[in-house]
Every structure is written in structure tokens, then in C-alpha cells.
Design a protein around this ligand. Structure first.
Ligand code: PLP
Length: 376
């Protein structure tokens, strides 16, 4: 039995006719750039998230980039973030010739450790980007508290956490801006690239509406220098259809996570693997189900030989990436992130996961550890 990490075709089969019919409608309308399809989806997203505004853009990376531009990040400005994330989180800072300042994560939730913030703040700190990693919110009360005390803007990287909640509020609605990605493997995946910024700030919304069309508020008049970063009408229409299914899919991911917890418990693998921890008050949407595993790389070879899907998010923490050598970080500077890069292993969790797959995944992992010494 071959077990893929993700099977997007299984989801498409369930919504095929709905999706194809809305694509046909947009083709009949021949309105592809912004317009009513995008506006309707933005309104639906703002309602879903419980925020005032939502602005569609070309990708999650651009959602971050445009939010940083609106926040006024200039060359030499510092932006605090974590190194255990997708490259984009820090890459956008560098793209504006800002300086990413990396702080470590909590070992349990793998999200930004708020205790690390204050000592790295300087007069040049313009923003903080916490990442709601793998589908659960960072400790937003603590992060907002430090940020507010120092007058620093918070831009949430909610790219993996659409629909996640914390104490009754949705991921992406705590800070100045909340950035969402519709990359196909995200919980709300588009038919191409796409992204969105959620905000309650009317001024930010106005800026984003201009920045995504070359900084123009009225046609051919440019007050600022922006870029071309829009969500396509076809993409928005498809996402609008899929949004109606999102809560159901997220709930199924959570049920799958609960099944893993039971299966790993029954297999008695507690010596070898650490299961994901959901922080108190969080609703986790499990974009990834990521365990920590002893002898991970050997385990991966074992799983690969048995065609059991898995992947390492993320094998190299950003402060140790080749391109960030000039920032001067050393091995050992951010020990929790570095350890996670050695131990983290993501397993299949997608909502349409067929019966028996999780059992086989846990069995495969059990077989590996049965062959190694318990303290290895
Ligand atoms: C996917 C992702 C992004 C970037 O989103 P794109 O839409 O691919 O540009 C940024 N940050 C994190 C944590 C992500 O997972």
C-alpha cells in the first residue's frame, strides 16, 4: 500500500462539478483581474475570519511583502521573526533590504518564544512576524503585549493556519496584518498561487489596495511605488467555492490528529517520538502533523523503502541558510530551532486520508523502532 503525504486529487474529486462550473462562469464573464469575484471572496474571507477587511494578493509571500511595505520597512530596519519556518517569512524582509533578526521558538508548540523578544528589540525594530506554524497560533497575547508596549507592528504569518483559532479569535486577526496563503497544499488551496491580507486597520487596507496595483489609487496616478500583486478572479471564485468546505476539512484534520494520538499511544512509541502539542486556548488546524523523532534520518529511509509518505519541514533553520551567512549567526545560536530541524518529521494528515493509512504509518514507524535500541 503506497501512502502519499498529500493527495489533492482526492479533494478535487469531491468538488469537481462545483469548481468547474464556477470556472466556466468566470470565463463567460471574461473579467479576470480583480472585480466582483475578488471583492465577493474578500468579503467572505473578512466575515469568515471576523475582521474588517481582507485584501487579495498574488501569494502568501506577497501578503507578507506588501504588509511590510505598508508598515514602512526601509533598508536597515530590523524585523524580528523565527528561523524555523518557510523561507518566505524572512526572505520578504531581505527583499526590502531590511534585516531579519531571528529569535528562537518554544520547544513544545514550535512557535515564537515571546520571552526572547524584548532583549532583541532595538530602535530600528519595525515589526515582528510570528509564524502560526503547522496550523496553530503563536502565543499572541504575550507577543501583542510586548509589541504594543514598544510600539512595534505585528504581522502574522498565518499562511499555514487559515481557520485556526486562539481564545475565540481567528489566526491573522490579532496584529496589524494577518497574511494567508492559498498555495495548493495549504488548508484552503487555490488553483494556482494566491494570498490575502486580513486587517482591522482601514489605513492599511487603503495602502494595500494601492500597493497591489503599482501604488496607484486612481488609474495612472502613482503616489507610491507598488507592484503587480493581485489575486486572479478565477482563483478567487474557486477559493470562494472551497471556503464553504474549509471548516469541515479542518475538523477532519483535527480528527485525524486525534487518531494519530491514539494510535501512537497504543503502539507505545513514547520513548522515540514526541507528538505535536496544542497550546491551551488554541484550535489547531493541522496543516502539518509534525512529530519529533529520534534517529529521524534513519527512520525516513525506513519509511521511504515502504512507500510511506513523509517530509521534513524544515531541514535547515533560516539563520543557518547559505544566503544568510552575512548575518553572522553560528551553529548553536538558536538551539531549539536547530534541534527541531534535526528531529521534525511531518506525516500524512490531509482530510481525505483513506481508512487504514494512519494505522500503516504508525505501524511502519513502530517497525523501525522495534529494530533499534530504546535509547538510541
Ligand atoms: C506557504 C507559506 C508562505 C508563503 O506562501 P506562498 O503563497 O507560497 O507565497 C509563507 N510562510 C509560511 C509559513 C508558509 O507556509
Amino acid at each position: 500500500m503506497k501512502i502519499p503525504l498529500l493527495d489533492l486529487k482526492a479533494q478535487f474529486r469531491q468538488i469537481r462539478s462545483e469548481v468547474l462550473s464556477v470556472i466556466e462562469s468566470v470565463c463567460d464573464e471574461q473579467g479576470f483581474i480583480l472585480g466582483r469575484r475578488v471583492e465577493a471572496f474578500e468579503a467572505a474571507m473578512a466575515e469568515y475570519l471576523g475582521c474588517r477587511y481582507a485584501v487579495g494578493v498574488a501569494s502568501g509571500s506577497d501578503a507578507l511583502l506588501l504588509s511590510l511595505m505598508a508598515a514602512g520597512v526601509e533598508p536597515g530596519d530590523e524585523v524580528l521573526t523565527v528561523p524555523f519556518t518557510f523561507f518566505s517569512t524572512a526572505g520578504v524582509v531581505s527583499r526590502l533590504r531590511g534585516v531579519p533578526v531571528f529569535i528562537d521558538i518554544r520547544p513544545d508548540t514550535l512557535t515564537m518564544d515571546p520571552e526572547q523578544i524584548e532583549k532583541r528589540l532595538t530602535p530600528r525594530t519595525k515589526a515582528i512576524i510570528p509564524v502560526h506554524l503547522f496550523g496553530q497560533c503563536a502565543d499572541m497575547e504575550a507577543i501583542m503585549d510586548v509589541a504594543d508596549r514598544h510600539g512595534v507592528k505585528v504581522i502574522e504569518d498565518a499562511c499555514q493556519a487559515i481557520g485556526a483559532g486562539r481564545h475565540g479569535r481567528k489566526a491573522g486577526t490579532f496584529g496589524y496584518a494577518g497574511c494567508v496563503s492559498f498555495f495548493p497544499s495549504k488548508n484552503l488551496g487555490g488553483i494556482g498561487d494566491g494570498g490575502l491580507v486580513a486587517t482591522n486597520d482601514g489605513d492599511l487596507r487603503e495602502q494595500l489596495l494601492a500597493l497591489r496595483v503599482h501604488g496607484s489609487r486612481s488609474e495612472y496616478h502613482h503616489d507610491h511605488i507598488g507592484l503587480n500583486s493581485r489575486l486572479d478572479a478565477v482563483g478567487a471564485a474557486v477559493l470562494h467555492v472551497k471556503l464553504r468546505h474549509l471548516d469541515g476539512w479542518n475538523a477532519q484534520r483535527a480528527r485525524n490528529a486525534a487518531s494519530y494520538q491514539r494510535l501512537f499511544g497504543e503502539a507505545g512509541l513514547g520513548e522515540h517520538v514526541t507528538l505535536p502539542v496544542t497550546d491551551a486556548g488554541n484550535v489547531h488546524v493541522f496543516n502539518q502533523y509534525t512529530i519529533r523523532a529520534r534517529r529521524r534520518d534513519e527512520l525516513m529511509a525506513h519509511l521511504k523503502a515502504r512507500e510511506i509518505g513523509h517530509r521534513v519541514y524544515y531541514p535547515v533553520p533560516l539563520h543557518l541558510q547559505e544566503c544568510y551567512q552575512p548575518l553572522g549567526y553560528q551553529h548553536g545560536d538558536l538551539p531549539v530551532s536547530e534541534r527541531m530541524a534535526r528531529e521534525a518529521l511531518s506525516l500524512p494528515i490531509y482530510p481525505e486520508l483513506p481508512d487504514g493509512h494512519m494505522e500503516r504509518v504508525v505501524e511502519g514507524i513502530g517497525e523501525f523502532y522495534a529494530g533499534v535500541s530504546p535509547r538510541g
